[in-house]
Design a protein around this ligand. Structure first.
Ligand SMILES: [Ca+2]
Ligand SMILES: [Ca+2]
Length: 378
């Protein structure tokens, strides 16, 4: 049998032409008979169009699939290997397969250590795992990569965000490790004393004073540590010699208290971060400054000019020491960073002094924590 419309051969019993979709009428069958079969009318009419549509769609779909495949293969070929690792890592992370996600991100870093996405991805993984030492480690590595290849246009928001995440991670570590709070185990020298509000007065607003406060334990520097504290100094500007002299966070092999005036009570021979409000013409930068000092207050390793050392307001400072690098943050802003080789064990304390000029020097919320290096060195 053949289709009366297009001549295509039709199998016996076929109701429609498989080529043109025309209805095949059997001998003796009339249109009247078909329309009389009311219930069958709708499906018959539908069916009569479907094969036509399919005939049009099948080749079209084929072309689309073909184009998509070609396009996909081209994307695969073109995709940057680094991006591919990121994509894989993100997929593993979605599947909660942390080990594979970590491996993929690490491979991305090997491909391009200067791009930040993989470090941030690793930070996400470790944060999800609540592994804060791991989180710190990769944020630190990201900062190091910035130090190496810092693009001039690195957005400040990105830096700030990384710092905030670091602070959060250290705060969580403090919770886990149990921070050593100065108000629980401290030794004080000179004029230093604890107030009822748990603030520590290192010097009053008087001339020729000095004071220091120390934790009564030594800290293992190999593990890395974080120091947090708030400071404020001021009040002396209206006097003859102005505000003086300053505060030093000190990392020393022993507790103690050094000389007054320009010596800031600093324990000689140790490493410190000074908040110096008085210019003294023995190596001081000309202006109020914050500096890393090595050995003595006249040896400034690096500094920034900063009036916050003498404005009678509280400021939050944190010092991070990991893998022989010391970073100082004040009010969430990274001010100084240096490679520093501290002794294996140090006492951590804060000293202050006045001279002919004076300021009150106060600190509070002074906490220190050690971080586990085991995970950080992964
Ligand atoms: Ca000075
Ligand atoms: Ca100085």
């Amino acid at each position: 049998m053949f289709c009366i419309r297009c001549g295509n051969p039709i199998e016996d019993g076929g109701k429609f032409c498989t080529k043109c979709g025309a209805e095949i009428k059997m001998p003796g069958e009339t249109p009247a008979e078909i329309t009389a079969a009311a219930p069958a009318e709708v499906p018959i009419r539908k069916k009569s169009r479907l094969p036509l549509l399919l005939l049009l769609l099948i080749p079209l779909t084929g072309v689309i699939v073909f184009l998509v495949l070609i396009g996909f293969r081209k994307t695969e070929e073109k995709e940057d290997p680094y991006d591919r690792k990121l994509r894989m890592a993100a997929r593993y992370l979605e599947e909660l397969d942390y080990d594979r996600a970590i491996a993929a991100y690490q491979e991305a870093i090997e491909i391009d250590p200067s791009r930040e996405e993989a470090y941030l991805g690793l930070a996400d993984v470790y944060e999800e795992m609540e592994d804060y030492t791991g989180l710190i480690s990769y944020l630190e590595q990201l900062e190091k990569s910035w130090d190496r290849d810092t693009p001039e246009d690195l957005p400040e928001d990105a830096i700030k965000e990384v710092h905030e995440r670091l602070e959060m991670a250290y705060a969580r570590l403090l919770d886990e490790a149990g921070a050593v709070n100065l108000t629980e185990a401290l030794t004080m020298y000179g004029e230093a004393r604890l107030t009822e509000d748990e603030e520590i007065v290192l010097t009053d607003l008087e001339t020729w004073q000095s004071g220091s406060v120390w934790l009564e334990q030594k800290f293992n520097t190999k593990n890395g540590f974080a120091v947090f504290f708030s400071f404020q100094a001021g009040g002396g500007r209206e006097y003859d010699f102005g505000g003086a002299d300053g505060i030093v966070v000190t990392f020393a092999d022993r507790m103690g208290l050094g000389g007054q005036g320009e010596n800031l009570g600093f324990v000689e021979g140790s490493y410190g971060i000074e908040f110096d409000s008085f210019y003294y013409n023995d190596g001081d930068p000309e202006g109020k400054h914050i500096a890393f000092i090595d050995g003595s207050t006249s040896n400034h390793v690096s500094y920034v000019l900063d009036d916050r050392v003498d404005d009678s307001r509280w400021h939050r400072a944190s010092v991070l020491y990991i893998n022989n690098r010391m970073d100082l943050y004040v009010d969430g802003e990274k001010l100084l960073s240096e490679q520093v080789k501290l002794p294996d064990e140090v006492c951590i304390g804060i000293t202050a002094a006045t001279g002919d000029g004076m300021n009150h020097h106060w600190i509070k919320d002074f906490e220190v924590t050690e971080a586990s290096l085991e995970k950080q060195q992964r």
